[in-house]
Design a protein around this ligand. Structure first.
Ligand SMILES: [Zn+2]
Length: 347
């Protein structure tokens, strides 16, 4: 069968293997036929050789962690043939740590978790894959063209759950939300904000392509200014760029009792900033700044509900290119105005 693989640590080793072995029953009892795999920045880092780890004993890693497939067989009976499913990316560490022991592998404390298509588990960019039932999440059948958005949506379902848990520390009636960055993460953060009925503002560096229209379709306002230029304060900020200046501006623009959720991973560039001023702002306004990554099963299920409740045409507009697996090189080559690019597995 076909699989898209890399040799981790070696740049540009991405290739299509035509005779990759069928998934082993050790990988899980649920056999799934791939429908599609979404592509994100983590895949690009793995392709560049900066990230990724093959399973023990293997030299190559099948990439792909944003999955969508149809169940071919599940002897456990929890899923039926034809069910639309996505595979949960992260698996708990073997110790397990306090959090992994209770299914909170997204909060793993020792870093020994494994992840499909990223770290020590083969990914989903192959014709067939296997998972155990507890790592398969069923999707509404009407999401057959769109369900590969579940993985990024699960990350935002966790972010919103944690925002709400932090907000519950005191009486809290948030009204205005700022999302920085209108890539797939920022847009899904915006979708969940709109579903909650908040006044939504989305800031992005440029206004080309589908992004402004997608924000407006959610009832939000699209901005290309800097955060301070907006001239307003926000009860909730979801920072989805990782750009150091935007991160800092976002932290300083929170309203009293405001919550700033950081989802972007920064790299490289250093900036000077006034740590004392930031401290004063956070203390005197009871602000919270927190980081979030990954998602556990509860978040995947919340995300499946959120996608099922979303407008199908809106979700479809987020997917700016669909490329069949045989033309995989095009899929992994970024183009201007890409939002989400999807690799499809015609059978
Ligand atoms: Zn753990």
């Amino acid at each position: 069968m076909r699989a898209i693989t890399v040799t981790p640590g070696r740049a540009d080793s991405l290739r299509l293997v035509e005779d990759f072995p069928e998934p082993s029953p050790d990988e899980g009892s649920v056999l799934v036929e791939a429908v599609a795999a979404g592509i994100c920045g983590t895949d690009q880092e793995i392709i560049a050789g900066d990230y990724g780890e093959a399973p023990p004993g293997a030299t190559d890693l099948v990439i792909g962690h944003e999955s969508l497939g149809r169940v071919l067989d599940d002897p456990s009976g929890s899923l039926s043939p034809g069910d639309l499913v996505a595979g949960i990316v992260r698996h708990p560490d073997p110790v397990p740590c306090t959090n992994c022991a209770v299914g909170e592998w997204d909060m793993c404390r020792n870093g020994r978790y494994t992840e499909h298509g990223i770290k020590c588990l083969q990914g989903f960019a192959r014709d067939r894959w296997r998972v155990s039932p507890k790592f398969a999440v069923r999707l509404d059948p009407s999401l057959a063209e769109l369900g590969m958005l579940l993985e990024p949506a699960s990350v935002l379902a966790k972010a919103w759950e944690h925002i709400e848990r932090i907000g519950a520390r005191a009486a809290w009636e948030p009204k205005r939300v700022l999302v920085t960055g209108a890539g797939p993460i920022g847009l899904l953060a915006s979708l969940l904000a709109a579903q909650r009925g908040y006044e939504l503002h989305v800031l992005n560096r440029t206004a080309s392509g589908e992004k402004p229209g997608l924000v407006e379709a959610l009832g939000g306002t699209f901005h290309t200014s800097t955060v301070p230029e907006l001239g307003m304060e926000f009860d909730i900020v979801l920072e989805c760029t990782g750009a150091p200046t935007v991160v800092l501006d976002a932290m300083c623009q929170a309203a009293p009792n405001g919550i700033v959720c950081l989802t972007g991973v920064s790299s490289g560039r250093r900036i000077d900033f006034d740590a004392g001023a930031l401290n004063r702002e956070l203390v005197l306004e009871n602000n919270v700044v927190f980081g979030t990554v990954n998602a556990n099963r509860r978040h995947w299920e919340l995300a499946a509900e959120a996608l099922a409740a979303a407008d199908r045409d809106w979700l479809a507009r987020m997917i700016t290119r669909r490329v069949p697996v045989d033309r995989y090189a095009e899929a992994y080559h970024p183009e201007p105005d890409d939002i989400k690019v999807v690799l499809e597995f015609p059978h």
